[in-house]
Design a protein around this ligand. Structure first.
Ligand code: ATP
Length: 326
């Protein structure tokens, strides 16, 4: 790690408090001049660092720049050694994670971006990912599970994201089968899991778990296309917003990993079902060339939707086959 990165780590761990240049230099075993240079570089990158004679340096509490250092302080690193990588702008965190997975990058690598220029969902739908207000992250996984169980990754993630949202805000998070999180009846988060399967064994070779969350209202607002269906976690309450995106990322990672370690126990399924927005609702089911109406009876343990069609017949829907609008 460079002196700049180490200095940022010290400042992040003391955010809102002054720490003297001498103390930082001692902690890092470098000269005070090296610390001063690192502070300058960080300020040039946009960090709001106050420098006061006889007090030292203070990273302003309202700084909200994502970095491995800003996230690391909230991570339970005893779970797994996450390898956090943060980019200012990227086409899609899933695309980069996929490239890395193919090259053999290890499980627990996390790609995070302040902005995605081509964020996407299922069926190549766009996920609007404006800069500095949301979280766009992908976790690289190498689960030892059969392809038929890969739905568990999305399900565990949906529960982890819902719990994480509730832990950093006063919102209630609901899940719209199969992979969307809603607050106040609007979408705040989308999840896209993509997996590569070993054809011989039918086991998952790698999976990439992409998560997009609207945290603050986008500076330019949501696009016209989604302004009626999308919302963000903060409407704006500054009192709960300190480090909100870093805390939320760490909460998602910590919670997801606990479920992931014993994924086939399905300990999260009950929570998934109880958060469901669809049970009991009338829905439209869109498949290739048709639109059908149904009523949702339940979500089963394989995470399929059991629905009653208009003609009274019962159908089990898997996530891949249909797109649902309430
Ligand atoms: P869905 O289940 O909502 O049909 P999806 O799961 O296939 O979508 P996502 O990437 O989660 O894929 O969502 C893409 C869809 O969500 C878009 O078609 C658009 O309607 C909506 N959307 C796009 N960007 C956002 C956003 N930032 N916040 C909320 N909704 C969005």
């Amino acid at each position: 790690m460079s002196v700049k990165d180490k200095t940022l780590s010290v400042l992040e761990n003391n955010k809102g408090d002054f720490i003297s240049g001498a103390e930082i230099a001692k902690k890092l075993s470098v000269s005070r001049n090296a610390v001063w240079k690192a502070i300058k570089l960080l300020q040039d990158e946009g960090y709001n660092i106050l420098a006061v004679n006889n007090k030292g340096y203070c990273l302003s509490i309202d700084t909200d720049i994502l970095s491995p250092q800003s996230i690391d302080k909230y991570l339970k690193n005893d779970l797994v050694n996450f390898n956090i990588n943060v980019y200012k702008s990227i086409t899609s965190t899933n695309d980069l994670a996929k490239e890395l997975a193919i090259k053999g990058e290890k499980e627990g690598t996390v790609i995070i971006a302040e902005e995605q220029t081509n964020g996407r969902g299922r069926f190549n739908r766009k996920f609007y990912s404006p800069k500095e207000t949301g979280i766009y992250m992908t976790i690289l996984l190498r689960p030892k599970i059969h392809a038929s169980n890969s739905f568990l990754i999305t399900t565990a993630a949906a529960v982890a994201v819902s719990e994480a949202i509730e832990s950093v805000s006063n919102k209630e998070a609901k899940i719209k089968w199969v992979n969307d999180i809603y607050c106040d009846n609007k979408k705040v988060s989308g999840i896209l899991t993509e997996a590569s399967i070993d054809f011989e064994s039918g086991m998952v070779d790698y999976a990439i778990l992409g998560i997009g969350i609207n945290v603050k209202p986008p500076k330019e607002g949501f696009t016209e296309e989604i302004q009626d269906i999308a919302t963000s976690i903060l409407d704006y309450d500054p009192s709960i917003s300190v480090d909100i995106r870093s805390r939320l990322i760490a909460e998602v990672l910590n919670r997801f990993w606990l479920y992931y370690e014993t994924i086939e126990n399905k300990s999260f399924i009950a929570s998934y079902k109880s958060r469901s927005l669809l049970i009991g609702k009338d829905i439209n089911i869109f498949s290739k060339n048709s639109l059908e109406k149904a009523n949702v009876i339940e979500i089963d343990d394989e995470c399929r939707l059991r629905v009653k069609m208009e003609d009274g017949s019962i159908r089990l829907l898997s996530s891949g086959e249909v797109s649902i609008r309430i």
